[in-house]
Design a protein around this ligand. Structure first.
Ligand SMILES: Cc1cc2nc3c(=O)[nH]c(=O)nc-3n(C[C@H](O)[C@H](O)[C@H](O)COP(=O)(O)OP(=O)(O)OC[C@H]3O[C@@H](n4cnc5c(N)ncnc54)[C@H](O)[C@@H]3O)c2cc1C
Length: 392
């Protein structure tokens, strides 16, 4: 494998490519058509030692750069959107545990997630709260032995499969974001907990997305991660990685659709033909390749900032999430168009990438919410400039 990105570990990417070729790509269209959970692909990555790349080796991870993880995830997404979502959710669960779990919680769950012995899930969104975290209504009420959970989460990836759930609940709805607290739940020990059936979806159909219900569900105090009220700051730190995941998927969906058109063009002898129609296609492919390359460069650059900046590059992460997920949809849509009526054919896979891409614009904070974060950063930057200028 060749890559111009110095921070991408090519050995890791070669190992990922091998699992993609052997297990993930051959099953991708079946996973989509049957809405089948992509267990084999996720297990294949874990068996190859690639379970969760951003965790240290002592915990069973690969200890790679964020750029390596993003490149790997974009390749997995290019082959199979469902597998990429289940795979990234493992990391999205492990990351907050790593940041704020107790030593016991870390030792118990992170190696299990890395090795594929456990499936993880992260549960924030509710029917009336997601973008607006302060509106959270899943309550963790203190009692003598710990907490009693009541409420409902929705659109939770891996929720019906999860052995472990990172749950965000509020200890006091009157406190808004200040009441949000994180808990780590072992689903095998929970009474009063149920998960719904996988939702029927537009894309990523094999990645199960479910509701979770808690009814007088008693949990010990030791399940709490950090102090009461520390859930929101944890959430803010966690989304940096999950938004990188969505961005990487966007690049991957664009690449997968692009590759489908190139294969089709080869089959129809359109890459070397000099007819006007063939040349239009060739020039359009050149333009799309430029768009994908530029988005990948932006992604790699922001990944490097994530690894090397003292502060979380919040606005840059929002920008790359917004840009790359939107690119996934527009490039995949253009690829479907370029195929003409064949764009409608499931066998070519471009339509699958288009369906998979759209929803990445919505999860991990909608692109409108990302725009708001970037706009706030522009405003703060302008205020800072004015202040510094004023002092000068
Ligand atoms: C396939 C899938 C998987 C998911 N997996 C998970 C998961 O594993 N865990 C989890 O917790 N959640 C998950 N989600 C939920 C997802 O992250 C949220 O649905 C998403 O972030 C949007 O939040 P919301 O549901 O509160 O939508 P809303 O905030 O209600 O958004 C509705 C619309 O209003 C717009 N909007 C909202 N607020 C503003 C504002 N202030 N200004 C302008 N426009 C605004 C939004 O952009 C959107 O267009 C998943 C969702 C999907 C579809």
């Amino acid at each position: 494998m060749t890559t111009p990105w110095a921070s991408v570990d090519t050995d890791v990417i070669d190992a990922v490519d091998s699992v993609i070729a052997q297990t993930i790509a051959p099953q991708a269209s079946t996973v989509d058509a049957a809405g089948e959970f992509p267990a084999a692909g996720v297990a294949g990555l874990a068996e190859a030692g690639l379970g969760i790349m951003l965790m240290g080796k002592s915990l069973g991870g690969t200890d790679t750069s964020t750029a390596t993880y993003a490149e790997a995830l974009s390749r997995i997404a290019s082959a199979c959107g469902s597998t990429s979502t289940v795979y990234m959710t493992q990391m999205h669960a492990a990351h907050p545990i790593h940041l704020q779990g107790s030593p016991e919680q870390i030792d118990r769950w992170i190696p299990a997630l890395c090795e594929g012995r456990a499936i993880g899930s992260i549960a924030l969104t509710e029917p009336g709260a997601g973008s607006d975290v302060g509106a959270m209504r899943t309550v963790a009420r203190r009692d003598s032995n710990g907490y009693v959970l009541n409420g409902e989460k929705t659109f939770i990836s891996n929720g019906d499969r999860a052995d472990v759930i990172v749950l965000f609940a509020t200890v006091d709805t009157a406190l808004g974001k200040g009441g949000v607290t994180a808990f780590l739940l072992d689903t095998a020990t929970l009474d009063g907990f149920t998960s719904g059936a996988p939702m029927k979806k537009l894309g990523q159909k094999g990645a199960s997305t479910v509701t979770l219900s808690f009814q007088d569900c008693r949990i010990p105090e030791a399940t709490r991660m950090g102090d009461e009220g520390q859930g929101y700051p944890l959430l803010l730190r966690s989304v940096t990685r999950s938004r990188i995941s969505a961005a990487a998927q966007g690049v991957g969906f664009a690449q997968g659709a692009f590759d489908a058109v190139v294969s089709w063009a080869i089959d129809h002898d359109l890459l070397s033909s000099k007819t006007a129609h063939a040349q239009d296609l060739q020039f359009e492919l050149a333009r799309l390749r430029g768009d994908i390359t530029a988005a990948r460069a932006m992604l790699m650059s922001v990944c490097d900032q994530v690894d090397h900046s003292d502060d979380e590059p919040v606005a840059e992460v929002s920008l790359v999430k917004m840009h790359c997920t939107a690119l996934g949809t527009t490039v995949a849509a253009r690829c479907v168009e370029l195929l003409g009526p064949d764009g409608d054919l499931v066998s070519l896979g471009a339509e699958r990438r288009l369906r998979d891409a759209k929803i990445a614009e919505i999860y991990d904070g909608t692109n409108q919410i990302q725009s708001m974060l970037v706009a706030r950063d522009i405003r703060l930057g302008a205020m800072h400039e004015a202040e510094v200028g004023g002092r000068g």
